[in-house]
Design a protein around this ligand. Structure first.
Ligand code: ME8
Length: 516
């Protein structure tokens, strides 16, 4: 890292370790990892954090059912989340756990700051609580169904009547301030359609928020009143500050990375991140994150995943079946980030065999094999470039800017679409130029066509490293690109050096063959 590098701080939500990770969790962390890798390759000093949200009533209840302590449950499943990250090859800089000691200090300091700003008062809470959502609901936000049970209307989770002494946060005080902030920062929440829902919710009026509980003790104690533990969302959201050194606001890391550039989260928790979180930070007199990127849900064949339906898929099974890079690519290419999406075996196989094996893998393998066979295994020396060569090189040359633009809004599928558009045109170019025929008739022209093609493969391989880290490492190896800076985007505009010796190429994208 050099001091000139622009910092970039990105986070995922921290997952509840009351169960093991599912595809939705993998989806979020892979997308965040891709963003982090892209920024690193583009010269930023990146801090990428993920982790687990270990307190709260849900953890308590699950632990009771399993007859273990919440700490044991947290440890067991937090390990499973860490293992998932390792399996997915994510490049996180810290895996935070809300049971970490530094996090206690941070959450308590945030509380004290909100208290010092006269935003916390003691009262009595009486209302409906969904343990599943760890959220409070008003009577109007619930309904009693045929089974005689009361549910939160929006999330279909059971609610229970809760009545206890509680501290409250003056959320109502922040309604106008939040609306003004949204107005001045239209990119704060994305995509726009999901952000609009948040804005409408705030316009509808905010009531003060209950922020402590007394009926269980699995949480961070409220400073000055140990009978209370903090509401799990106050505790959880603070993790984003803890990770970069809060409460030491003078620390190098806090100064450098706060405010966060992007919080990547799912649509079910947009209100917590785009309403509560900025209100807490305003109250604590801390800068607000620049962007909350709200992704959609991934459903198995369009059906919501749930344990009772037995259609949850573990990330582990997914990776073992299809391959790591293949899964990463599918996640980002198939569904525009922000929208809801569906996965099933056929669409995954179509992406693997169509996009990866045919369009990209074959092009790279055919051109590199011809170089190995007909050009003495070195980067060929191109002759004069014709219009067809220039055109395709220019199109590839624009991909970095197109990708930067798409990535700046986390439009991953758009970035990939642009790359595959160029790959499609390069395939057409290769077929039209027929370098295999030129071998006898015009070897110099053959060298030019092969040079142009493998130079495009290099540019594309550089750009696809965030999504396909393993395969692109192999591909850049087969182009003899040295490890290190030659693989960063700084080198995008350079070109392959004729005469460079190339290792024997080997295919990087096997086709998915159905088991007999
Ligand atoms: O919400 N598809 O934890 P969590 C895509 N602890 N994303 C999904 C998904 C699906 N099917 N299901 C869940 C929590 N997610 C809190 C967060 S942050 C300070 C505290 C996403 O384990 C979900 O939207 O229930 C969230 O962003 C993340 O997975 C963790 O969900």
């Amino acid at each position: 890292m050099t001091s000139q590098q622009k910092p970039f701080y990105i986070t995922t939500a921290i997952s509840y370790p009351n169960g093991t990770p599912h595809i939705g969790h993998a989806y979020e962390v892979v997308a965040t990892d891709v963003m982090a890798r892209f920024k690193r390759l583009d010269g930023h000093d990146v801090f990428f954090m993920t982790g687990t949200d270990e307190h709260g009533q849900k953890m308590m209840q699950t632990a009771e059912k399993l007859e273990i302590t919440p700490a044991q449950l947290a440890q067991r499943n937090s390990d499973a989340f860490q293992a998932m990250n390792d399996e997915l090859g994510t490049s996180y800089d810290r895996f935070i756990r809300t049971t970490d000691a530094d996090h206690h200090a941070a959450a308590q300091e945030l509380w004290r700051r909100m208290e010092a700003n006269d935003d916390i008062y003691l009262d009595k809470y009486a209302g409906w609580y969904s343990v599943r959502d760890e959220a409070f609901y008003t009577e109007e936000q619930t309904d009693v169904r045929e089974d005689g049970i009361r549910y939160a209307t929006e999330t279909d989770t059971e609610v229970t009547w809760t009545e206890e002494e509680s501290y409250f946060f003056r959320l109502s005080k922040y309604q106008d301030k939040l609306l003004a902030y949204y107005q001045d920062n239209p990119e704060f929440g994305a995509p726009r359609s999901r952000f609009n829902e948040v804005v409408r919710f705030v316009e509808g009026g905010l009531t003060d928020l209950s922020i402590s509980r007394t009926t269980f003790d699995w949480g961070i104690p409220v400073p000055g009143n140990e009978k209370h533990v903090m509401y799990v969302w106050v505790d959880a959201l603070t993790n984003y500050l803890t990770g970069v050194g809060f409460p030491d606001v003078e620390s190098e890391s806090f100064q450098k990375y706060w405010p966060a550039d992007v919080h990547v989260i799912g649509k079910d928790i947009s209100r917590f991140h785009a309403i509560y979180w900025p209100a807490f930070l305003m109250s604590a007199k801390l800068p607000l994150p620049k962007r909350v990127m709200i992704h959609g849900f991934l459903h198995n064949n369009g059906v919501k995943m749930s344990k009772s339906l037995g259609n949850t898929v573990s990330p582990d099974d997914f990776v073992n079946r299809y391959g790591l890079d293949q899964v990463r690519y599918f996640f980002l290419r198939e569904v525009p980030f922000g929208a809801d999406g569906s996965y099933n075996h056929e669409t995954i196989v179509a992406r693997i065999n169509g996009d990866l094996a045919n369009n990209f893998g074959n092009l790279a393998q055919r051109s590199l094999s011809m170089v190995a066979k007909n050009c003495g295994g070195v980067v060929p020396t191109p002759g004069e470039l014709l219009e067809a060569d220039q055109q395709i090189l220019n199109a590839a040359g624009q991909l970095l800017e197109l990708n930067r633009d798409a990535y700046s809004r986390q439009e991953f599928s758009k970035a990939l679409e642009a790359v595959w558009h160029v790959l499609g045109d390069t395939n057409a170019y290769f077929a039209e130029q027929e370098p295999w025929k030129l071998k006898k008739t015009d070897p110099e022209r053959m060298a030019t066509v092969l040079y142009v093609t493998i130079e495009i493969v290099r540019k594309v391989a550089l750009l696809l490293q965030p999504v396909l880290p393993q395969a692109m490492t192999a591909m850049l190896n087969s182009l003899a690109i040295g490890e290190g800076s030659a693989r960063t985007f700084e080198y995008f505009d350079t070109a392959l050096v004729p005469g460079t010796e190339l290792p024997a190429p080997s295919p990087v994208f096997p086709r998915y063959e159905e088991e007999k």
